[in-house]
Design a protein around this ligand. Structure first.
Ligand code: Y39
Ligand code: FE
Ligand code: FE
Length: 230
């Protein structure tokens, strides 16, 4: 967090702030809902982990409610229609993988990429959030690490058989994530965040998780560079 950003004055009740907040809040609420849906799909694909995955999904439902409260607290109506559109490509990619039983792809999308995206977004938001939303986001972000770890554990155990599938999934998803970040650049700026810092932190968490499941540094750099085709 740079000095200029952490000391930037934010007027949480201004129309400008609340207008941008309505879109970002909508995205977060819709994102939590889709994360819930994804964990339910994963529970069907991985019956031996069904109980655990349902539990992770329930946490996402709780997150959605928490972020709905953040919108109400600022007297903002979340823009859920725009948010559905925002997630359309990502949802399509997950659903295609789920219907073709590509478990590794599903876990890469939800558990590594979306969770790394969530951790980056929430971490960057905490220092600039209003007091109410800050406390909520601090507790939510702790849960997201559990969601990330579930994916790391499973993918690590099956690494040799799924390595090629993960490379394909990575090539499909990174440009989508980068495009999504570009779309919210001006709104996150109004909220006191910065796109480049979001990308940096996303890449750190995602790259670290790829390392933990078994990819070598040179492979991680090659995988990461796929984001540049966005
Ligand atoms: O696992 C989760 O809880 C993920 C669904 C939530 C992702 C929320 C996406 C946040 C994107 C914010 C836009 C950039 C600040
Ligand atoms: Fe969540
Ligand atoms: Fe999550």
């Amino acid at each position: 967090m740079s000095e200029s950003l952490s000391t930037q004055k934010l007027d949480y009740n201004s129309d400008t702030y609340r207008d941008s907040f309505s879109r970002i809040n909508g995205i977060v609420i819709e994102g939590e809902q889709e994360a819930y849906d994804n964990f339910i799909s994963l529970a069907e694909l991985l019956p031996e982990f069904s109980k655990e995955l349902m539990k992770l999904g329930k946490m996402e439902q709780g997150h959605r409610k928490s972020f709905e409260a953040c919108g109400k607290n600022l007297n903002v109506i979340p823009d859920l229609e725009m948010a559905k559109y925002f997630f359309a490509d990502l949802r399509q990619l997950f659903q295609t993988a789920a219907t073709t039983s590509k478990i590794a792809t599903c876990l890469l999308i939800q558990s590594l990429v979306i969770e790394s995206f969530a951790i980056a977004a929430y971490h960057n938001y905490i220092p600039v959030a209003d007091n109410f939303a800050r406390k909520i986001t601090q507790s939510v972000v702790k849960d997201e690490y559990h969601h990330l770890n579930f994916g790391i554990l499973w993918l690590k155990q099956h690494f040799q058989e799924i390595k090629a599938e993960l490379e394909t999934a990575n090539r499909q998803i990174l440009p989508i994530i980068l495009r999504m970040l570009n779309q919210v650049e001006s709104d996150v700026k109004v909220l006191g965040m910065n796109k480049l810092e979001l990308i940096e932190e996303f890449m750190v968490h995602y790259g670290e998780s790829l390392h933990q499941i078994g990819f070598k540094t040179t492979e991680i750099l090659r995988l990461s560079s796929q984001a540049l085709t966005a």
